[in-house]
Design a protein around this ligand. Structure first.
Ligand SMILES: [Zn+2]
Length: 319
């Protein structure tokens, strides 16, 4: 099925976001995610928001925040809403400013009986779970939520499934019990967990289209489950693309510590954005030789996406 047909059938405009975490310099894997998101949103005449996931204050570095804006500009990626620079982030958009909202929601989830406090140490969990999910040790202990040093977990009952909608509106069932188990929603240090902040932000922005790496597949399950717990009608109906990850030369996942793959380092080596645009096209199995600018990449993407089953088939297989 052709995506333009899907779009015409939809009454809601596509709303998506870029959601970098400022805990290190952006690398080519982030650039690929940003470009693919921008291409897909642009193709559907959607709305793109920049959301910076800076809730994890101990890991956030000012230089990494600045790097996000520098690299978006370098790549020429434009977004429709969100902070225009670090100052606007800190004064208007930061997740730090929304902490109270997250905490209120934690209380709502707690009062509805979805949560339990957990006193297990990391090593106890590691031993008991044997590398799989949390073994449920504290589920029935009724530990005091007011004990500030205890993380809170969401209980995911046995055989809990969520429905995930793909780019072409196919429905896939994910077993949340298997994918996540009883996951942490308030961390030991009191910070609301990424899963909660992410889904709450997406809900408030009205996000209905998410493009993320395959490594976030389990997180998607957790977030769809939380949206259900929060009785949100929009996010569970969102479409998802889980794309493959760009690996380093030895096939390992890139991390922000992988300095040689950071965009900053590429610039030092005088690489031009053209190189990234071509790498993105290659990763999507698109013709890349003629691409010089982001507009060229958009054009190549558009004509592939308009072909019956062309690009969409590639993206559908990715998860
Ligand atoms: Zn426990």
């Amino acid at each position: 099925m052709n995506i333009s047909l899907i779009h015409r059938k939809m009454y809601l405009p596509v709303i998506s976001r870029l959601a970098p975490t400022p805990s290190g310099y952006l690398h080519i894997g982030n650039a690929f995610n940003f470009l693919l998101t921008a291409l897909l949103v642009d193709f559907q005449n959607g709305h793109l928001h920049l959301r910076i996931d800076d809730l994890d204050s101990p890991r956030v570095e000012r230089s990494s925040v600045e790097d996000i804006f520098v690299q978006l500009e370098w790549l020429g990626i434009e977004y429709d809403s969100g902070p225009s620079g670090p100052d606007e982030l800190y004064t208007k958009y930061s997740q730090q400013l929304r902490k109270e909202r997250y905490c209120k929601t934690l209380e709502i989830l707690r009062d509805s009986g979805n949560l339990f406090a957990c006193e297990c140490s990391r090593s106890e969990i590691r031993q008991l779970s044997r590398g799989v999910n949390y073994p449920g040790t504290c589920l029935d202990k009724n530990l005091d939520f007011l004990n500030e040093n205890l993380p809170w977990r969401v209980h995911v009952p046995d055989h809990t499934f969520v429905s995930l909608k793909t780019l072409t509106n196919k429905i896939e069932k994910i077993n949340v019990t298997q994918a996540m188990g009883d996951f942490v929603i308030k961390r030991r240090d009191g910070i609301p967990a990424y899963q909660l902040a992410s889904v709450m932000d997406d809900i408030e922005l009205g996000v209905n289209f998410v493009v993320r790496g395959q490594d976030l597949w389990a997180s998607t399950a957790a977030q769809l489950f939380l949206a259900q717990c929060l009785n949100d009608p929009i996010f569970p109906a969102a479409r998802f693309v889980h794309h493959r990850l760009i690996n380093d030369n030895s096939g390992n996942k890139l991390s922000k510590s992988a300095g040689s793959f950071s965009l900053k380092m590429l610039q030092k080596k005088n690489r031009r954005p053209t190189w990234i645009f071509r790498e993105t096209a290659k990763a999507l199995k698109l013709p890349f030789q003629e691409i010089l600018t982001l507009d060229d990449l958009k054009e190549v993407f558009r004509s592939a996406a308009l072909q019956k089953d062309g690009l969409l088939t590639i993206l559908e297989q990715e998860k």
